[in-house]
Design a binder for this molecule. Structure first.
Ligand SMILES: [Mg+2]
Length: 285
């Protein structure tokens, strides 16, 4: 791809959607929309949301329409063209074998009665994503090891994503095929579309972004991220020698506070300095 091109892969909730406790700078989403409108940019949303909730977010928060959307915490990849969202079948074929031919409801049977877990609403489930509510505990080790044991006993290769919903004050558990994580979905898309390592940047804020934040991908943690997520991400990249591939937004960029989209754009300009000029001229326009 041309060297000026930039691929921004970003989480939505509390990363570009300002739905946390901290304030958003007024220019943040204005600049994100202008960035997305440039011919050099490719925008990929990477979210726990399904297609309907992704579309709601775009409409309700005046977000730019992306070129691709990785939904359901990595279990579905859509190619988006205007109003047309096409799932990439090749991705489903890649992840299906992990669950031994089983789908969400079959796994829910295996996990029936695990203490502290409550199934999320039907619209939050799909063939390859089983989701529960749980306690507001950042590390419920016993609960997770019980889930892990029951799945392993049945030959299921699963990835367990635990996070906290700050607003609802509860835990969230997503059970996914082992290979269907945000990181693998992004890497699959990069391979399929020929996106270069140095031209691709990921941004996120929470526990279900950690695997990408600490990977070899260029990653940005927005300033409003919970301190425990920041500490864990910093510790893990220090251990793996990837510290130069994690940027923690600090604010001050173009007079913005580093929260949400402001942090995302600050991180983009850190890795890809030529985007700073795009944003600077935009911020004066
Ligand atoms: Mg988030």
């Amino acid at each position: 791809m041309p060297t000026d091109d930039v691929v921004l892969c970003t989480d939505l909730d509390r990363t570009v959607i300002p739905n946390g406790d901290q304030p958003e700078s007024p220019q943040a989403r204005v600049l994100l929309r202008r960035f997305a409108a440039r011919p050099e940019s490719t925008l990929v949303y990477v979210s726990g949301r399904d297609e309907g909730l992704l579309r709601d977010a775009i409409r309700d928060h005046d977000l730019p329409v992306p070129d691709f959307a990785i939904g359901d915490v990595g279990t579905t990849i859509y190619r988006v063209q205007g109003d047309d969202w096409q799932p990439m079948e090749a991705w489903s074929r890649e992840i299906a074998p992990d669950w031994q031919g089983m789908e969400g409801p079959d796994l829910a049977e295996l996990l029936r009665g695990v203490e502290g877990l409550r199934l999320q609403e039907a619209e939050k489930q799909n063939d390859f994503k089983l989701s529960y509510y749980g306690p507001e505990d950042p590390r419920p080790e016993e609960l997770l090891s019980e889930v892990r044991r029951r799945l392993q006993d049945n030959g299921v290769r699963a990835n367990l994503i635990w996070s906290i919903d700050e607003q609802a004050r509860c835990g969230l558990l997503d059970v996914l095929p082992a290979s269907a994580n945000k990181r693998h979905a992004i890497e699959f898309l990069m391979r399929e579309r020929g996106f270069g390592d140095r031209q691709t940047v990921f941004s996120g804020d929470s526990g279900n972004d950690l695997e990408v934040l600490v990977s070899s991908l260029q990653a940005v943690l927005v300033r409003n991220a919970p301190p425990e997520v920041r500490e864990e991400a910093e510790r893990r990249v220090a251990e793996s020698g990837e510290a130069d591939r994690l940027y923690v937004a600090r604010g001050g960029f173009l007079g913005m506070n580093g929260n949400y989209a402001a942090g995302v754009l600050e991180g983009l300009a850190h890795y890809l300095p030529h985007t700073r000029a795009w944003l600077e001229s935009d911020s004066k326009a």
